[in-house]
Ligand binder design. Structure first.
Ligand code: LMR
Length: 395
């Protein structure tokens, strides 16, 4: 039977990671996968994480199974981090998941169980795994316009025109902050207008929060999500601790459904059953690291300081790149890089120009020009700017 197995479609991010690993050139530069790197190009374990791990090693007495939802302390701590006081605990059903990826999958499956007709609408450019995850659980994904490529800002009119095409009960997937791949975030007014649209049309918001703390700060980044949660009866959430706790390979995520209090038990049980069918119990170690940090004033303070430094470095890289490009290409056409937020921006390049950067300069970015701003540093910003200018000069 194996000979009839079709060739799999490998995700472009994963394919690029492989190609980068196989590239033997010394000065190669990875701006592909969304991973934070410090000034020396490393992705270190955060000091707060090390401290929490030491405490866990010291005090943990058992690794026996917990419930299908995972560690209650993790779920409670993450509810607080994401929602603040926007929802009473009695409205929140949550389960741990292996990373934000599995959270997206579980929420998409929950949608199908609750309303098999519901379509899930994603921004026209979105995290490349959103579509496949939604399709894998048999849901239909539709897209709405998002980026105005000419200005590097939100195509507001296009977005709202497309959202008017949604049917009552459809689900709108929004990036909580640090939109991946465009770096274009919704303003407070955009969030308000979206809330009005959701209310008027009977639509359900689904917020993917993978970069809380990398945009404007922990609370500011969650402001849109919290406003929706205060106003709307039902909100779906998938969140990841990969980036803001640097726990990438530990796979730490949470799937949440905020709804009416009388449905909470059914929602929680359904999320647990969905976990049981794919991986049964969520991984524990990373979530325990997160709840240990968030539950200890000193560790939390240390983590927030470290996350703040990461955020500032990304902003520095953005400002530095915009400036370096201004002088290299003698125009302000890349100034949008400084105004956008989070790890990613899309540099407006043709695919042959992206290929040329990789082949001639060893600079790896995604096929659509998505560039990881958190992968740069003071040495590599000018390298990227010079290489870009050269590729652009060749036309
Ligand atoms: C990315 O977008 O590069 C990251 O979220 C990593 C991933 O899992 O795709």
């Amino acid at each position: 039977m194996f000979e009839t197995l079709p060739e799999p479609k490998i995700d472009g991010i994963i394919a690029l990671m492989q190609a980068f690993a196989e590239d033997a050139r010394v000065g190669k530069l990875d701006l592909g996968v969304g991973v934070y790197r410090d000034a020396a190009g490393r992705t270190p374990v955060m000091a707060a994480v090390k401290a929490a791990e030491a405490r866990i090693t010291e005090t943990q007495e058992s690794k026996t199974y917990l419930s299908l939802a995972g560690d209650a302390a993790f779920l409670e701590a993450m509810s607080g981090l994401l929602l603040g006081d926007a929802a009473a605990p009695a409205r929140i059903a949550a389960v741990g998941t292996p990373g934000g990826t599995a959270a997206v999958r579980q929420i998409a499956e929950l949608v199908g169980q609750a309303n098999p007709q519901a379509r899930i609408w994603v921004s026209a450019q979105t995290w490349p795994n959103h579509g496949p995850l939604i399709a894998a659980v048999g849901r239909e994904a539709r897209s709405y316009r998002y980026l105005d490529a000419a200005t590097g800002t939100l195509d507001r009119a296009g977005m709202f025109a497309d959202l008017e095409q949604m049917d009552a009960g459809d689900v709108l997937l929004l990036h909580g902050c640090c939109h991946n791949p465009t770096g274009v975030d919704l303003s407070a007014e955009d969030w308000e207008e979206i809330a009005r649209l959701l209310e008027r049309r009977g639509l359900i918001p689904f917020v993917d929060m993978a970069y809380q703390g990398f945009g404007a700060g922990l609370d500011d980044d969650a402001a849109g999500l919290r406003m929706l949660t205060r106003r709307l009866p039902e909100v779906l959430i998938a969140a990841s601790c990969s980036k803001n706790f640097g726990l990438y390979r530990e796979r730490v995520g949470i799937a949440m459904a905020v709804g009416p209090e009388d449905l909470r038990a059914r929602l929680a049980a359904t999320l647990g059953v969905l976990n049981r069918r794919v991986f049964a119990f969520p991984p524990d170690h990373g979530g325990r690291v997160v709840s240990t940090i968030l539950g200890d004033a000193e560790m939390r303070h240390q983590w927030q300081a470290e996350l703040g430094q990461m955020r500032e470095r990304v902003v520095e890289n953005r400002l530095g790149l915009a400036e370096a490009l201004r002088s290299e290409v003698q125009s302000g056409r890349f100034d949008f890089v400084a105004a956008q937020q989070g790890m990613f921006s899309i540099l407006p390049l043709r695919s042959d120009q992206v290929d040329a950067l990789r082949e001639a300069h060893g600079i790896y970015m995604l096929w659509d020009g998505r560039t990881n701003m958190a992968g740069l540093n003071a040495q590599t910003v000018p390298v990227l700017a010079r290489a870009l200018a050269e590729v652009l000069r060749k036309g």
